[in-house]
Structure formats: C-alpha cells, structure tokens
Design a protein around this ligand. Sequence first.
Ligand code: ACM
Ligand code: ZN
Length: 541
Amino acid sequence: MKRCFAMMFALGLAVCPVLAQTVIPKPVSLAPMTTENGQPAKPLTLTWGQTVGGDSRFADAFQTLRETLAPASGIWLKVSEQNPTFRFEYDEKQPQEGYALSVTEKGAVIRAASGAGAFYAIQTLRQLLPPAIFGAAPVRAKWEIPAVSIQDAPRYAWRGLMLDPARNFIPVEEIKRQIDAMAAHKLNVLHWHLTDDQGWRIEIKRYPRLTAVGGGRPGTPRPFNRLTLDGEPQAPRFYTQAQVREVVAYAASRFVTVVPEIEMPGHAVAAIRAYPELACAQNPNLTPNWGVLKEIFCAGNPKTYELLEGVLDEVVELFPSAYIHTGGDEAPKTRWNACPKCKAKMAELGCRNMHELQTRFTEHFARYLAKKGRNLIGWDEILEGGLPKGAAIMSWRGTAGGITAAKAGHKVVMTPKPYCYIDYKQQVPNDPYEYIPNNTPNPIWKTYELNPDAGLPDNAKPYILGLQGNLWSEYIRAPEDLQWKAWPRACAIAEIGWTPQSGRAWADFSRRLREGGAERLRKMGLHAAPITEPPAKKVGK
Ligand code: ACM
Ligand code: ZN
C-alpha cells in the first residue's frame, strides 16, 4: 500500500484514483491509498466487534469516537489495547490542533499531540463516512471509510461563530445544537453576545436588576419598522449562571471556547433600564428600538466603572476564555458631549475628544481584565481614539481597522461585513425569512471569497488570530430561522479558517457541500439554506 502522492510522482496524475471525498473544511493534504499496482485500496468497513484504543492520554477521544459512531450505525466500539481497529498515538511532531490520519481496510491510525487534534481527526473520520452517520437513530448503510492518508492542521487559531441572544433570546438547547454543528466543522470559538439594548441575558448575582428588568422589555420593534414597538411586553429571559456553566462545559468537551461579550459603553440600554442612574441624561430615552441608540453608559460616573467591574468579576469566574469581549461598537458621543461628568473625565484624562475618552475607557477595562489574567477584545471602533493598550480588535466595518491594528502589533479577529455577516440576505430563491433591509447581500459564495490576510504585509500576518461569522438576531425569532441563516454559510467560515488559502476553490467547496455537506447538516437536524452559485462570468469581458 502506498500513498497516492508517491504514485503521482512515479506514474503521473492520471493513475491516481479520484476520491470524491466531501470533507469540510478541506484537509491540508488528503491522498487516497493505492495498492502496489495503482488500484484504489479497499476501504475500512465499520462492523460490530471492532475496537478503539491506543495511548491512554487519548482516553477522552476513545469515548468521543464511540459516541460519534454509535447513534446512526448502532455499532459500539469496544475499548481495547489489543491491536485496536482505531488506534490513537501520541506524536509530538503534530502541530497544535493538527493530526495525521491513515485508513486502510485493516484499521485507522490517528496521530496527534493534543486532545484537539485527536478530536478533529474524529470529525474527519465521521465526514469520510456516508452523511447518514450524522443521524440520531440507527439506519442501514454501507459504513465504509475510504482508504486515505491525511495530514491536517488549521490555518488560524480563532475560527468563530457569534450568536446574539440579546435581540431575540436563543434557548440553551439551540446553543448546544449550534456548538455541535460548529465542532463538526472544526469551528472552535463561540462568541456569545450576551448584552445589548434589547436584552441583558446573563445572570449577575450582584446586580439582579440587570436580568430582572434588563432581561425583559416593553415590546419589540416591528420588523422593517424600527420606530414602533409591538406593544407586547416580554417577560425576562436570560441564562442563569448554572446554565452558563453547562454551556461552557458542553462547548469545552467539543474543543469550543466560549467568549462572552458584555457591551460597553454603547448598546447598553437594557442595563440602563435596570440602573437609569448610569445614563448621562436625566431622562434617558430607553425605548429598545433596533439600530444605534444614543443612550450609553456615562464615562464620567464612578458607578459605571463599579457596576461593570462587578459584572466582569462574575463573568471571568464563569468563562475560562483567554479573551473577554467588551463590545465598543456604535457608541455615539451625543450624550457624552453634553454631559458635565463626561466632560470632566475627558479633561482629567487629558483627552482631546470623546473618541479618545472611549479609548481611555477601554484601557481601564483592559487593565482590569489583565489583572485577572485575561485579554480584552473589542469591535474596531475602540481604535478611533487611538489603539487602546493591550486590546485585541475585532474588525467588522471592513478589514481596514484590523489591518491598522495588526500593523501596530495588536491581535485581530477579522469579521468584515458583508463576508462575515451571516445575518445578511443570502439570495436563495423563495427565502421565507426576513432580513435587515438595505444591507449588502451576502450569499455563501461571497462569504467564501474572504481572505483574512489580504492587504497585510507578511510581518503583520501573524497578528491575525482568525475570523468569525456574526449572526445578529434582530430578525431571527425561531431556531429554524437561525439555522437557515447560519448554515451552510458557517461551513464557508470554517473552511476559510482551517484550509490554506492556496488549497481553497469555490467550485470544489460547492461540490463537497452538494455531495455531502448539505446532507450532513440535515442529518444534524439543521434547517439549512440551499447553496447558491455566483453568477456565471461572461467570457471575454
Ligand atoms: C456590529 O455589527 N455593530 C459589530
Ligand atoms: Zn456622562
């Protein structure tokens, strides 16, 4: 048995058997195994009595593989040290999150240097099987894994999806379903947008009004009319700290890190409804319309810092993530400009304008988090008053903010609109769901066009941590709607984050989605949108 690469060199490309594999994201290298005379090697067939074992450092992976294969195949692998069919070996040469996988008709060998690497090898194995393996109940199928040799590792460390339960609440069960789908596509960061104008969704023990008042609302802006609430008050909906712990642990066991976002100083109306003394104005307008609202936390009031530090104290206890997101986008300075307390703070800190005050405000919390061993990350507006020391940037208005920050040596996550805005219209025919009007359409092939490194000099590229799809929820009122908008566009995000730029091509990605990926999403219980193709290019123009 030889790797196909060797055959390709020896005999030319034509003899290499074409393997119509459909793994997403596409592995760095995947070669079909061939026999001595160049024929495709026989696949490994999953049957009763097969075993899993190997280095005991991968005991969790043995269990994950068993639980991955059993529901649809009905086959429970036994754990065994005696020549296991699926063998996990520790290999310190494997890259972080990377793995090597080789499959022959006799068995599979997985080599990794980390639990994450072993987990991702299992995700690849699963995708090499027929999509029916993703089903929740036993079905009859030919459970064959093609004989292949794979060497794989991610392009980026941050491969994210942002979910927004603040605008419309997302139940824990749906969050877990999204984590399952993310993990299956090797996405590894769930950015949880827990607070916004329309809802504060995380229990904070020291400030119970944040959820008791801020978790509910007097009404919801009617779709396509940002100025009128529907007159249907909503009772508070939020995640208890026990639920947060449950989600964080569920995600961790699937190698997904949950990064919480606590928005400040803007998008804070829910918090200000709970504690109106934190607004600059005496009579703040606290109507939770969509869009960019004027009321923001007063930057000159010591109580703002006290409350937000108290919130972060509890947040860092709940979330072990290296990064804590503190928002920072769309914070109009109308109120700060008219506020004696903010003006005094600006003078005290020697700021020339209110953008610089926002930079100082952000630096305050970056220092606070640093004392707790955490890094602050914020939306790209936080660099309008100069780059806040110690802050990482999430570049959403385009890539320019991220490029500036990376060139200055700050860490960056690229989430530029429209590519990463997977709440934007996706141009599927007869789409039954509503979208924010007037946004640039972002069909899946548009998302796939993004190269997070584009426009960066080589010495700034290492500062790009990765990318993330953002799913804002103003118009998402049911899990099916969320799933439709997220998938399959999140598959494109996953492939951009994992596969080297030189290994990506739309036509091949689209084929893998059509021939396997879409069915896998369905089997996972996701109401995914259909795939669309870019308009054909006119030849000669
Ligand atoms: C954003 O979309 N306002 C980050
Ligand atoms: Zn103020």
